[in-house]
Design a binder for this molecule. Structure first.
Ligand SMILES: Cc1cc2nc3c(=O)[nH]c(=O)nc-3n(C[C@H](O)[C@H](O)[C@H](O)COP(=O)(O)OP(=O)(O)OC[C@H]3O[C@@H](n4cnc5c(N)ncnc54)[C@H](O)[C@@H]3O)c2cc1C
Length: 478
């Protein structure tokens, strides 16, 4: 048994743990911080695979630059200078399958009026949204109930349902609108209408941006705020986790699986199964960032809502990468890709057109696509063997995009537990975790099941956790 002590122990070195480590070094350089990760490498869901001129991201493909903390992280690590933004045309062009055809998702009111994605009655229903009464703040609704009440069935089927499978790999009938789509819920609560709220917020953003621009000009500042754009890096998103891991190298223990957490007078004692035997770590403060299902295998000597954490569903998803050295249909499609609504009854959730969105994903004249399968909608399909899955993707791309030719490169990545679902009851589980943190000062619970699943949300919450730890330990514990 190896024994060691530290001021802060961070468990899990996905983006949550790595970002928290980065911010802690900045906010509290006096503290000794150690990271413990079960896998052989840091990064968690973020990884990048390069095969010749093809680049495949089995997990996240893009960051949405809409969080000040993510912007701060990119600035402080020097990564802001390496950002590759999504091509403007691609960022504007997303498609939804309707009636077996790809139709452009409208992104402005005039485009909505012209759109062939929605019927006239759906468009009129949308206009009625302005007059739908707001739900009481304590009403618990699924996203489906919320959207049906405000926007109608067609909007649910052809906009919200595909969006939810493209982000959460989830279904609107299960997700709790207040936890999973807090911004949407706030629009109704604060403005009484999503449309009215969205217009007001857009106006406010414009005003703030103009004022910030004037201030920055006056002060000669060069630092920009979040751009709201989709972005990545030339070598993929792993650039982010690699850059964050580098300064953590001598503080990171990989192959260390958390087994137990005990409270004692001076803080906490963590027990790990390490690559080289058992490891015991004494820490004044602990930040847990592993997925909620991992709690099932950890013993605590104080109360935690273990069963509720274990029961948060994580559906399986398989990402299937197709690379074409020469795109068989001439010019590759322009756009970010397409999503498939459940009512279309197909075998895929959607396809990202990686090489259209970002440069350097495929050789010149070629194309790279990633198709997602399974999710909460069709978990059973992820049990198919590779051959059957690949054939299904080829069939779907033939029918929807007209591609008859087999790809030159195929890579499959199976996620047994992809993304946590913020289902009904999620706010209560989160309140129970708040109570644990209150009862156990120095303990913080993070991870993407809490406060947002996007990489940007994880970074924002990690910043808040780092602030709390810095405030809890104003001087080193010793
Ligand atoms: C297929 C897919 C596509 C996605 N696409 C996007 C996208 O385009 N944009 C976006 O913003 N987000 C996307 N996401 C979501 C985003 O990637 C994740 O929410 C985020 O990366 C999760 O970070 P995390 O640190 O919370 O968790 P993780 O990355 O899962 O890290 C948790 C870490 O804890 C470790 N761990 C587990 N148990 C233990 C234990 N007992 N002891 C020690 N360590 C342990 C794990 O090994 C892991 O490294 C996608 C996710 C998936 C799966």
């Amino acid at each position: 048994m190896t024994r060691t002590t530290t001021d802060v122990a961070i468990v899990g070195a996905g983006i949550w743990g790595l970002a928290a480590h980065h911010f802690l070094r900045r906010l509290a350089p006096h503290l000794k911080v150690q990271l413990y990760e079960a896998a052989a490498v840091a990064g968690g869901a973020i990884s990048t695979i390069r095969r010749g001129d093809f680049l495949f991201e089995p997990g996240p493909n893009s960051l949405l630059d809409n969080s000040p903390e993510l912007r701060r992280l990119l600035d402080e690590t020097g990564l802001a200078a390496q950002i590759v933004e999504a091509r403007a045309e691609a960022a504007r062009s997303r498609f939804i399958v309707r009636g077996g055809r790809l139709r452009k998702l409208p992104t402005s009111p005039p485009a909505m009026i012209r759109s062939d994605l929605f019927s006239l009655s759906a468009k009129l229903h949308l206009a009625r949204e302005l007059f739908v009464r707001r739900a009481p703040a304590d009403a618990e609704e699924t996203l489906e109930q919320f959207v049906l009440r405000r926007l109608g069935r067609e909007f649910l089927d052809y906009a919200v349902d595909p969006f939810v499978s493209g982000t959460f790999a989830g279904v609107p009938a299960e997700l709790c609108v207040r936890s999973a789509f807090r911004r949407l819920w706030n629009l109704e609560q604060n403005h009484g209408s999503l449309i009215r709220g969205a217009i007001k917020m857009a106006r406010e953003r414009k005003k703030t941006a103009a004022a910030a621009g004037a201030d920055e000009k006056a002060a000669g500042a060069v630092q920009a705020g979040p751009s709201g754009k989709m972005l990545t890096f030339a070598d993929g998103l792993q650039t982010l986790t690699r850059t964050l891991s580098a300064p953590a190298a001598d503080r990171l223990t990989t192959g260390a699986q958390l087994q137990s957490v005990s409270r004692n007078d001076s803080g906490f004692v963590l027990g790990f199964d390490g690559a080289s035997g058992a490891l015991e770590v004494g820490a004044a403060s602990v930040l847990l960032t592993m997925p909620s299902h991992a709690y099932a295998n950890v013993r605590f000597n104080f109360d935690i809502p273990g069963a509720a954490l274990r029961d948060i569903p994580y559906p399986p998803v398989t990402a299937v990468f197709f690379g074409y050295r020469q795109y068989p249909l001439g010019a590759p499609p322009e756009g970010f890709g397409f999503l498939v609504p459940r009512v279309e009854q197909r075998r895929i959730l959607g396809t990202l057109w990686n090489s259209s969105a970002y440069p350097g994903r495929a050789p010149a004249g070629g194309a790279a696509f990633t198709t997602y399968i399974g999710g909460r909608r069709q978990p059973e399909i992820t049990t198919w063997d590779d051959e059957r899955l690949i054939a299904a993707v080829q069939d779907e791309l033939r029918e929807l995009m007209g591609i008859e030719t087999a790809p030159d490169e195929i890579i499959l990545r199976r996620w047994e537990r992809a993304i946590p679902q913020y289902v009904m009851g999620h706010p209560q589980v989160m309140s129970a975790i708040d109570a644990v943190e209150q009862a156990q000062p120095g303990l913080l619970v993070g991870g993407n099941f809490r406060g947002g699943i996007s990489v940007g949300d994880c970074v924002s919450r990690a910043f808040e956790a780092a602030q709390k730890i810095a405030a809890h330990l104003p001087v080193a514990a010793g």
